[in-house]
Design a protein around this ligand. Structure first.
Ligand SMILES: *[C@@H]1O[C@H](CO)[C@@H](O)[C@H](O)[C@H]1NC(C)=O
Ligand SMILES: *[C@@H]1O[C@H](CO)[C@@H](O)[C@H](O)[C@H]1NC(C)=O
Ligand SMILES: *[C@@H]1O[C@H](CO)[C@@H](O)[C@H](O)[C@H]1NC(C)=O
Ligand SMILES: *[C@@H]1O[C@H](CO)[C@@H](O)[C@H](O)[C@H]1NC(C)=O
Ligand SMILES: *[C@@H]1O[C@H](CO)[C@@H](O)[C@H](O)[C@H]1NC(C)=O
Ligand SMILES: *[C@@H]1O[C@H](CO)[C@@H](O)[C@H](O)[C@H]1NC(C)=O
Length: 618
């Protein structure tokens, strides 16, 4: 074979030319393509072996203020692994959006009062930390249905009727004030707030949080700002399945449903799950701050680790420490730089991702995705190792999102699986899926035409469950079970089962049909092929009164039973079986002329006799 025959051959060499001149030593060029172990045993040193698949390209065209790079293209073969570094820098000052989400059930009156006075003062204090501070406000109670509220008509209108105070109806979530820097307006709006009431202890806080997170337009979250969602409550929150108590069974869809600033699906959709809430907070770069009273602190403490970028603070009596709590939370949240990785649906199992954070102090540890005590202007480096375990069934780009918690910038990693071996173009290489290296396993002439990969010479290559490489099928890996056979036609999952075993444990599953061992038949090989079990003592099949089906007798006459259709307790009592017929004749008054009318109930098998010998007449 001449090199000149393959102008682009150099691109495909697995063992690079310079090192392998000796290694080749008269062998055919294509033998440079092989499994790593084989190449090594042929004398090619490990350092000269190339894995053609792995490549990382940084796309520098996207601007970034805090997270770099923003866009990466990674080529990975199955089993391949690569590392890259993502830099995250905390700026000195950010614009800040703070949304007060306040539980306005009756017990919260004092907190609401406090909020009227705290707005202005907090805004002043935040000037030390933020370039531009805005606040918004929304209120919630719970789903306004039984058993969460009292559904007596008068109590719906005024839930506080028993206490002789006027308060407003319970509601899932009402968005009251979009983000504003006008503190006069904020104070005015808070002063107008009225408390409400409900029945049970937990409230619908998560329902409200999810709406506040996903309704960006209504709330007015600015893309350039840090987003703080402050939940003020004195009770725990209902969780997803709690809704079933009220007969609400539709899972939350994670979308915004505000009309006239009120959450409209509160009585139709379940509370969100914690996972759903965490995802929506992440997606919208929201830090949640839970300002809760002593009594509920423990409940929320267990929750915080499940919500990335969340802060929990103890609210003191009459919310006297609210201002300090917010400042403390903001400082704390900004000093943590934490990375979350999200892999596109359906591909999660395909990747293994290791993150090593290199914190400003110089500390680092594998598997740690967070640095604490990071100061403004400091940069945190994350070394991210991505390995791909196997190939997707289709050639497609898989997206991995590397997202620092609470930042408005994300790194998109576009993974292009290199699942076919380029050496294949030589005409005789194997796609070695497990090792991602090209192997020259077949003993056949260079460039001989590929063998047929079609079962029986027709149909799809490799039964549609594998790829045809150099005339040989490489079968897909599936989660359902194993696929093998020369044409990937055999598997251990797609055939009928009997007694809990595929093909009854007595056959092979080929192209979705059981091929039974000799002596067995039936679609799941549950039937003995011989009719011997149906032979009755007289040597007839089912006493001559039935057929042998799947090793047992099926009788021709449904009244018959028994292993060989030998039993028939009702067969001899013809009086009973012909009773309808006799009855018809009787009710027609024994008149021979009318006997025809009974022909529908019985064929003319009844004959009239004047007397039965030996019996007295009726
Ligand atoms: C870089 O990213 C931008 C935006 O996603 C995209 O339009 C562009 O094609 C990318 N460039 C390369 C070289 O991938
Ligand atoms: C702030 O709000 C108050 C009352 O809501 C209003 O009178 C005032 O004009 C607003 N100020 C600005 C600068 O918009
Ligand atoms: C992210 O926030 C920074 C800092 O406020 C801002 O400069 C930048 O424009 C924002 N980026 C986007 C995409 O909104
Ligand atoms: C990732 O880390 C785990 C342990 O933390 C280790 O067992 C594994 O080999 C690492 N994987 C990669 C691809 O670095
Ligand atoms: C942070 O960086 C900015 C711009 O580079 C600089 O003006 C500022 O002084 C730095 N702040 C600190 C605390 O280092
Ligand atoms: C990142 O981690 C990988 C795997 O642990 C290591 O080989 C590589 O040198 C690291 N890169 C940097 C820049 O630290």
């Amino acid at each position: 074979m001449k090199l000149g025959a393959f102008p682009d051959l150099k691109l495909h060499l697995t063992a690079s030319l310079s090192s392998c001149v000796i290694f080749l030593n008269g062998m055919s060029l294509s033998e440079r393509c092989d499994l790593a172990v084989n190449l090594e045993s042929k004398g090619c040193e490990m350092q000269f072996i190339e894995r053609p698949g792995v490549k990382v390209e940084v796309n520098t065209t996207l601007p970034s203020t805090q997270v770099a790079p923003r866009d990466l293209l990674v080529q990975l073969p199955p089993g391949g692994e690569t590392s890259f570094v993502v830099e995250v820098k905390q700026l000195e000052r950010y614009p800040v959006d703070l949304y007060y989400l306040v539980d306005v059930s009756a017990s919260m009156q004092e907190n609401l009062d406090r909020l009227k006075t705290v707005g202005m003062a907090l805004s002043h204090r935040m000037r030390d930390y933020s370039s531009d501070f805005r606040v918004g406000f929304g209120s919630f109670v719970d789903k306004p249905v039984s058993p969460y509220i009292n559904v007596h008509p008068l109590k719906i209108e005024n839930p506080c009727k028993d206490y002789e105070i006027q308060c407003r109806p319970a509601h899932g979530f009402i968005h009251v004030l979009p983000m504003t820097d006008n503190m006069t307006e904020f104070t005015r709006v808070i002063q107008q707030q009225q408390i409400s009431g409900n029945m049970d202890t937990p409230e619908g806080g998560f329902d409200a949080m999810l709406q506040a997170a996903v309704c960006q337009k209504n709330i007015g979250w600015r893309p350039e700002a840090k987003h703080l969602l402050l939940l003020m409550t004195d009770q725990p929150s209902h969780l997803a399945l709690d809704s079933r108590l009220a007969g609400i069974v539709v899972p939350h869809d994670g979308n915004c449903h505000l009309e006239n600033n009120a959450y409209t699906k509160t009585t139709n959709m379940e509370y969100p799950t914690i996972g759903q809430l965490a995802e929506k907070l992440m997606d919208n770069s929201i830090h949640s701050i839970f300002a809760v009273e002593q009594g509920q602190y423990k409940w929320y403490e267990d929750l915080i680790p499940l919500l990335p970028g969340a802060y929990l603070g103890r609210l003191q009596k009459r919310a006297s420490n609210l201002k300090d709590l917010v400042i403390e939370a903001y400082k704390k949240l900004l000093s943590n730089v934490e990375l979350e990785v999200a892999i596109q649906d359906h591909h999660v199992h395909r990747f293994h991702i290791n993150i090593t954070a290199v914190c400003p102090k110089g500390s680092q540890a594998t598997g740690i995705n967070k640095c604490s005590n990071v100061k403004p202007n400091q940069t945190v480096f994350f070394n991210i190792t991505v390995s791909m375990k196997d190939c997707p069934s289709e050639e497609e780009e898989i997206l991995i999102f590397v997202k620092p918690v609470g930042f408005n910038e994300t790194t998109t990693v576009r993974v292009r699986p290199t699942c076919s071996c380029r050496c294949r173009e030589l005409g005789r290489c194997l796609d070695e899926r497990d090792d991602a290296l090209c192997g020259a396993g077949e003993e056949q002439d260079d460039l001989s035409p590929a063998r047929d990969c079609k079962l029986g010479g027709s149909g799809p290559d490799c039964s549609g469950r594998g790829v045809c490489v150099c005339g040989k099928c490489v079968c897909d890996h599936t989660n359902l079970g194993t696929v093998n056979g020369n044409y990937c036609e055999v598997d251990d999952f797609s055939c009928p089962y009997s007694h809990g075993l595929l093909c009854g444990g007595r056959g092979q599953c080929i192209s979705g049909e059981c091929r039974c061992e000799s002596g067995w038949t039936g679609e799941s090989c549950a039937c003995p092929a011989s009719t011997e079990p149906c032979l009755s003592e007289d040597g007839l099949l089912c006493s001559g009164r039935g057929k042998c089906v799947c090793g047992s007798c099926r009788c021709d006459d449904p009244r018959r039973s028994g292993q060989f259709c030998e039993k028939c307790p009702t067969c001899d009592y013809s009086c009973q079986s012909h009773w309808k017929c006799v009855d018809c004749h009787l009710s027609n008054g024994f008149s021979k002329g009318k006997a025809k009318e009974c022909n529908r109930t019985c064929s003319p098998l009844v004959d009239y006799v004047d007397g039965i010998p030996g019996m007295s007449s009726v």
